[in-house]
Design a protein around this ligand. Structure first.
Ligand code: ECB
Length: 135
C-alpha cells in the first residue's frame, strides 16, 4: 500500500526556492514574486494515478501522472521547458526524475504526520518545501 498524498496542503515553508528558480534560469522579476508565494497543493490520488494542482495568487501549475509511466511534461508557467518525466515510489517516498536540458532535475515528495514535504532539485540546488494538511 503506497503512502496517501491526497488532500489540500498549504505551504508553511519554502527553503532555497530562489536558488532552484535561478538554476532554472527564471528571470529576476519573476523570482522576486515567486519567492514570496504561499503555494497550495491539491492532490487527488487514485491508486497509482495522480492529479495534482499547485496553486498561487500569481500562477497555477497542473500535472497529472501515473506511477511508473514516463510522459512528456511541459512546465508551462514555470520554466517552460519540455522534459521526460517518470514518477516512482521509493518506499513511501515519491521520486520524480525529469530528463531534459537541466541535469539532476526532479523532485521527491513524502508525508510526515500532517505535513507534506517536497524537495525540488535542479543541477546542484535543492529547495525544501513543507505544507500542512488543510482540515
Ligand atoms: C505554481 C506556483 C509557483 C509559481 C512560481 C512561478 C515561477 C517559478 C518557475 C519555476 C520554479 C520551479 C518550480 C515551481 C515550484 C512548484 C511548482 C510545482 C512543482 C511540482 O511539479 O510539484 C509536483 C509535486 O508536488 C506536482 O505534482
Amino acid at each position: 500500500m503506497p503512502a496517501d498524498h491526497s488532500g489540500t496542503w498549504e505551504m508553511v515553508s519554502n527553503d532555497k526556492f530562489d536558488d532552484v528558480m535561478k538554476a532554472m534560469d527564471i528571470d529576476f522579476a519573476t523570482r522576486k514574486i515567486g519567492v514570496h508565494l504561499k503555494q497550495t497543493k491539491v492532490i487527488v490520488q487514485n491508486g497509482d494515478r495522480f492529479e495534482t494542482k499547485t496553486l498561487s495568487t500569481f500562477r497555477n501549475y497542473e500535472v497529472n501522472f501515473t506511477i511508473g509511466e514516463e510522459f512528456e511534461e511541459h512546465t508551462k508557467g514555470l520554466d517552460n521547458r519540455v522534459v521526460k518525466t517518470l514518477v516512482t515510489w521509493d518506499g513511501d517516498k515519491m521520486v520524480c526524475v525529469q530528463k531534459g536540458e537541466k541535469q539532476n532535475r526532479g523532485w521527491n515528495q513524502w508525508v510526515e504526520g500532517d505535513q507534506l514535504h517536497l524537495e525540488i532539485f535542479c543541477e546542484n540546488k535543492v529547495c525544501h518545501q513543507v505544507f500542512k494538511k488543510k482540515i
